[in-house]
Ligand binder design. Structure first.
Ligand code: ATP
Ligand code: MG
Length: 573
């Protein structure tokens, strides 16, 4: 394709609104343009990348036995009312009414529509297993759409739904999708990790997220060195400390700690390390109840775990005013000793501690030599904290490490959550009506494109992995002399002939402008043709990822590129 004919409106300046690198580079390279918050047009270059990701996904889904179909974007409220998600999904579900005032929503995911199809069409166990997928535009009215394609309101998703006759077969279907996802992201040329994950608004009994590893990722994952365990930190289990402190309890004592509100300040003042202190966190449930959570000073609370224990969603830290009302001390000085009528739960890290420091429930006061049971009662000790680097792995003797990731895929073993709510049954071999066991499997196609850039870029622009690059070769004639233009044209034809996707910068622009745009767009190979080189019978091939440059005779370009691409499953002739 010739640059002069292709709609690639590159920008020299970095657009002010873009906070993350993928957003900035996609705008600058003319891949996307914003239409409204979280809503974008994919320009030709951006669409090429999406189509490549989609192609890999389709191939692997088909290979895993899933069948493609296409459901509507709009779906009627009745289906969503059957599962309770019409209310439960809240404001993220974009709703509308038709001319007869009937309620509809723009699909954020399609469990309801797919389960409805299943219950109408599938009768017998002989028709199972069934797995259907689609690649479609989804709408979620995200509270904070941001980071370009990373968190859009409208975005492209691949979603698949499996139906099985029993739990064991459902696990097999889940495993097939898990394996397909591993192949998909590997074939996209991305560095990624599958991690155990929370099931969130979708629900179910087991789930894994596929994370593209990138320092800019929103998610934190923990994993152990030998691969026995990897999980989203939201969910990661923390085993109880192997040893408990057996020190003799000392006499409780109140000490003055003026103006020391943070863990660091208190510890510095009392000359103790943070693992000798217990933080007293006051949480408020959506119903308005207050619950105290105790966490060791050098650990962080995990609200998902607290919610799970309480059977709530959406607990929040209580306001400073509430804390001082119930503890009669300002935040920072509140503690568990002497609290009346308030539930206290504690992380099991606290259970291992003796003679620790807590807030004294009085301004500028802390208590030292505090011991649970003797000084206050704890309703339950359990895993309530966030895992962190250095913790012991729950599955091996390794220590956990931390990494940042971008969630590009999520697989769920749903069980009967949706089939039960919507009565999706089939007749088993004995003619008994049986609930289908479901799984659902999503990939953020547009987010994958953005994640690929977050992982693969430098200060000049994008560095596309070959399999999802918008073009493989960028032909860059540096002058408009007859022989340069002729050689460029010849090489362009030869590349195309060989099955490579090639972009020819045929604009009458300075060489510097062309080089900058080429680095920005990030095709894996840049083929530079100049008068000086040609005088020696040579052109120059640069690899965008390593910056390595080789001088080649024009006739050697195709064999050379073919060689470099031999490890990729590209149809290069
Ligand atoms: P997140 O936690 O990032 O909000 P989610 O857990 O709500 O995502 P799923 O319901 O698992 O997402 O959706 C499947 C996939 O769709 C995700 O793995 C992600 O890649 C993609 N996705 C979800 N929300 C968005 C969004 N707002 N913009 C772009 N892609 C998204
Ligand atoms: Mg998810």
């Amino acid at each position: 394709m010739r640059t002069s004919r292709l709609f690639i409106p590159t920008l020299r300046q970095t657009p002010g609104e873009a906070e993350v690198i993928s957003h900035r580079l996609m705008l600058r390279a003319g891949m996307i343009r914003k239409v409204a918050a979280g809503i974008y047009t994919y320009l030709p270059l951006g669409l090429r990348v999406l189509k490549k990701i989609e192609r890999i996904i389709r191939q692997e889904m088909n290979r895993a036995g899933a069948q493609e179909l296409l459901m509507p974007i709009l779906s009627p409220a009745e289906l969503w009312r059957e599962t309770g998600r019409w209310d439960f999904y809240g404001k993220e579900l974009l709703r509308c009414q038709d001319r007869h005032d009937r309620d509809f929503c723009f699909g954020p995911t399609h469990e309801e529509v797919m389960t409805d199809l299943f219950r109408r069409e599938i009768r017998s166990y002989r028709q199972l297993p069934m797995n259907c997928y689609q690649i479609q535009t989804k709408f979620r009215d995200e509270i904070r759409p941001r980071f370009g394609l990373m968190r859009g309101r409208e975005f492209v998703m691949k979603d698949a739904y499996s139906f099985d006759a029993d739990e064991e077969r459902a696990r097999l279907s889940y495993q097939k999708m898990y394996d397909a996802y591993e192949r998909i992201f590997a074939r996209c040329g991305l560095e990624f990790r599958a991690v155990e994950a929370d099931t969130g608004l979708i629900g179910g009994s087991m789930s894994h997220e596929f994370m593209v590893l990138a320092e800019t990722g929103e998610e934190t994952i923990v994993y152990d060195e030998h691969g026995s365990y990897a999980a989203n930190v939201e969910l990661a289990e923390v085993p109880p400390p192997p040893e408990e402190d057996t020190a003799t309890p000392l006499a409780l004592e109140a000490v003055q700690t003026p103006g020391t509100k943070t863990v660091e300040e208190v510890c510095a003042f009392l000359k103790v390390s943070p693992d000798r202190l217990v933080k007293t966190l006051f949480y408020q449930t959506p119903a308005g109840d207050i619950i105290v959570v105790l966490i060791r000073g050098d650990h962080e609370a995990n609200e998902i775990k607290i919610n799970r224990f309480l059977g709530t969603t959406g607990i929040t830290l209580a306001k400073a005013e509430t804390v001082s009302n119930v503890s009669s001390a300002p935040v920072g000085f509140a503690g568990p000793v002497g609290l009346k009528g308030i539930r206290i739960i504690a992380d099991h890290g606290v259970k291992a501690m003796r003679n620790f420091v807590v807030g004294g429930n009085m301004n500028d006061t802390h208590l030292i030599n505090v011991n649970w049971d003797r000084d206050f009662a704890v309703e339950a000790f359990l895993d309530l904290r966030q895992a962190q680097a250095g913790d012991q792995s729950p599955r091996s003797t390794d220590r956990l490490r931390e990494a940042r990731g971008i969630e590009v895929g999520h697989v769920f073993l749903l069980g009967t959550k949706y089939s039960e709510a919507m009565n999706a049954t089939f007749l088993d071999a004995d003619g008994r009506e049986t609930l289908a066991i479901m799984g659902c499997y999503g990939i953020g196609v547009s987010r994958t494109a953005a994640a690929a850039i977050e992982q693969n870029h430098d200060d000049k622009g994008m560095v596309w992995p070959v399999p999802i690059a918008p073009f493989h070769v960028h032909v860059l004639p540096v002058t408009v002399s007859e022989q340069v233009v002729k050689t460029a044209g010849m090489l362009y034809e030869a590349c195309a002939e060989a099955g490579l996707e090639v972009l020819w910068d045929d604009r009458d622009e300075r060489a510097g402008v062309k080089f900058n745009d080429a680095d920005l767009i990030g095709a894996p190979f840049h083929l530079t043709i100049g008068d000086r080189g040609l005088a020696r019978g040579m052109v120059e091939l640069k690899r965008r990822n390593t910056g390595e440059v080789v001088q080649l005779r024009p006739a050697d370009v195709i064999p050379h590129v073919r060689d470099l691409l031999s490890s990729h499953d590209l149809p290069v002739r």
